[in-house]
Design a protein around this ligand. Structure first.
Ligand code: DON
Length: 543
């Protein structure tokens, strides 16, 4: 096929997509689901069609992501949630994982496999959402059913997931702890192959039949505890039995232009996301945000987080309010830079974790970020259970006892997660979030500010992104260095870096910069957008 015909087909597809995202389609609008795996988005669609609300759909999406993106999130991980019921002010659900009671003071390099895992929160969070905010129209079993089917019948590995598997093949082959469950005949599944997970299917069936309690108090809990005991892990049956419901919190918020932006409270990184947005708003001063503004806002916000972290993860209100005040923003912008050259740490080439968004016809919106931390978490699974434990213990701060994230028992895990909801005139208009550790903050702040400025979520999601760590500026496209003002480079002693490109699946778009799955209301229509850096899909659901 020649280039012109290909282009014509592409234009037709684009027009069809625009048509499909408009509300003038026959049929009743039920909602939108945008997630990193087509299978998981379809699971959400199924639940909306059965009469479930956005919360029900989100639970089904979560369980299905645990099967179809096992490198990113799962039953062994943590889940952070921001939700707004029927356009009411958002609520934050702090679904942090916690370090086990038996955590000892050790150095970071002694944490391997089972010992890397905090106590998983995901199942507890999903159960809490179901009990408190589910519609009651769909049963718990029905929400897990699609995930069981993907685990039993297999799912097709998409191009991004295929690359991740290839890159981590050796690690999966080397681990002595049942990571062959994620291989096909001992080899990493390739794009287009089907991966079945019969053991995970059995665990999911138990969860469907006996409920979330089985994970914390029943047979699944016993299996986790005995696997941990056998393999040097710290998580005990008591840790699981004592694990509490997630706490509901008032999300952090700012005004930005004429919008209200809500993001996740500590221990998450929402405050830095909002601080960067305030810096961007002040820098752009009503003009279109440019590359220099983004770099400066990211530099100041990310370094403020590093040097002046939120010190109290429970009583944080007054410090966070101060940090989000006009005065603090002005102060940061007029600060004489200390422009210390960075100590080089290795570039983490990662896009692990997952974020998805759902809205339903009533306006209820939910933003969920879920993770097992590193790709394939701790690289350990129980032969009986078939899911990977997380590696959140890696992110505690070692040998600094006074630090808010110092390694100690029963401590909340450090996180950059920033599920975010934007409201205008009291209505939800944007639901957004991303994976990518500190890149979560850079990407969510950039895209949310850009969207408030000019909407068009599908276009914004495909634009190149920027991340700043210390004085290192990561540009997604190398030629963009030419856009950066020399005075800015000099002021902050900036150095340009370019991350590993081995996981790229589309043009110059690198999953290093996150994987945004967002839903926005534009010209009174809901539009879902899946990040082209991953395998995801957004579905506009009509009856
Ligand atoms: O901020 C968190 O919760 C993460 N550490 C989760 C992992 C992630 O997004 C990708 N990590 N490099």
């Amino acid at each position: 096929m020649d280039f012109i015909s290909r282009k014509r087909i592409a234009i037709c597809c684009l027009l069809a997509m625009v048509f499909l995202t408009c509300n003038d389609i026959d049929g009743e609008f039920l909602g939108v689901v945008a997630s990193a795996s087509p299978e998981a988005s379809q699971a959400g669609e199924k639940i909306l069609k059965k009469g479930g609300n956005a919360i029900d759909a989100a639970i089904a999406v979560s369980f299905s992501l645990a099967v179809t993106e096992p490198a990113m999130s799962g039953l062994g991980g943590g889940t952070q949630v921001l939700l707004s019921i029927k356009n009411q002010p958002p609520i934050a659900i702090n679904g942090t994982t916690f370090s086990p009671e038996g955590t000892q003071s050790v150095s970071g390099d002694t944490l391997t496999y089972h010992r890397r895992s905090t106590i998983p929160s995901t199942v507890k969070v999903l159960d809490y959402l179901y009990q408190k905010y589910g519609s009651g129209n769909v049963s718990w079993e029905e929400l897990i059913e699609p995930a069981i089917e993907f685990a039993e019948k297999g799912f097709e590995i998409g191009p991004f997931r295929g690359k991740v598997y290839q890159k981590y093949e050796a690690k999966l082959q080397e681990s002595p702890y049942n990571t062959s469950l994620f291989l096909i005949d001992g080899e990493a599944p390739k794009t287009g192959q089907r991966l079945k997970q019969p053991i995970l299917a059995k665990t999911l069936k138990r969860l469907a039949k006996y409920g979330a309690d089985d994970f914390y108090k029943g047979k699944i809990a016993q299996a986790i505890a005995s696997d941990m005991e056998k393999n040097n892990g710290w998580i005990t049956l008591e840790d699981l039995q004592n694990f509490k419901d997630p706490k509901e919190l008032t999300p952090l918020s700012i005004t930005y232009d004429d919008h209200n932006v809500y993001s996740q409270s500590p221990p998450c990184g929402g405050w830095t996301t909002l601080l960067i947005m305030k810096l961007l708003e002040a820098k752009s001063n009503g003009d279109q945000i440019n590359t220099d503004d983004i770099i400066e806002a990211l530099y100041l916000g990310q370094n403020d987080r590093r040097k002046h972290p939120v010190t109290d993860l429970i009583q944080y209100d007054s410090l966070v309010n101060e940090k989000l005040s006009e005065q603090y923003v002005r102060q940061l912008l007029t600060l004489v830079s200390d422009s210390t050259a960075s100590k080089e740490t290795s570039i983490k080439n990662s896009g692990e974790t997952t974020h998805f968004s759902v809205v339903d016809a009533s306006g209820t919106a939910i933003a969920v970020t879920a993770s097992i931390n590193a790709y394939f978490g701790s690289l350990a699974s129980s032969e009986e259970l078939g899911f990977l434990y997380n590696s959140y213990m890696d992110d505690f701060t070692f040998e600094k006892p006074g630090h808010p994230f110092a390694l100690r028992p029963n401590a909340m895990a450090y996180s950059s997660m920033s599920p975010t909801i934007v409201q205008k005139n009291g209505e939800n208009v944007l639901v957004i979030g991303s994976p990518g550790s500190s890149r979560i903050i850079s990407s969510v702040a950039q895209l949310t500010s850009k969207w408030i400025e000019r909407q068009d979520i599908s276009k914004i999601i495909s634009e190149t992104r920027i991340h700043v760590n210390r004085n290192r500026v990561y540009l997604e496209e190398k030629k963009d260095t030419a856009l950066v003002n020399d005075n800015l480079v000099e002021k902050y002693n900036l150095e340009f870096r370019f991350p590993d490109e081995s996981l790229m699946i589309q043009g110059q778009l690198n999953p290093y910069y996150g994987g945004i799955h967002a839903i926005s209301k534009e010209n009174s229509n809901w539009i879902g957008a899946a990040d082209p850096r991953r395998d995801g899909l957004s579905i506009y659901v009509i009856d």
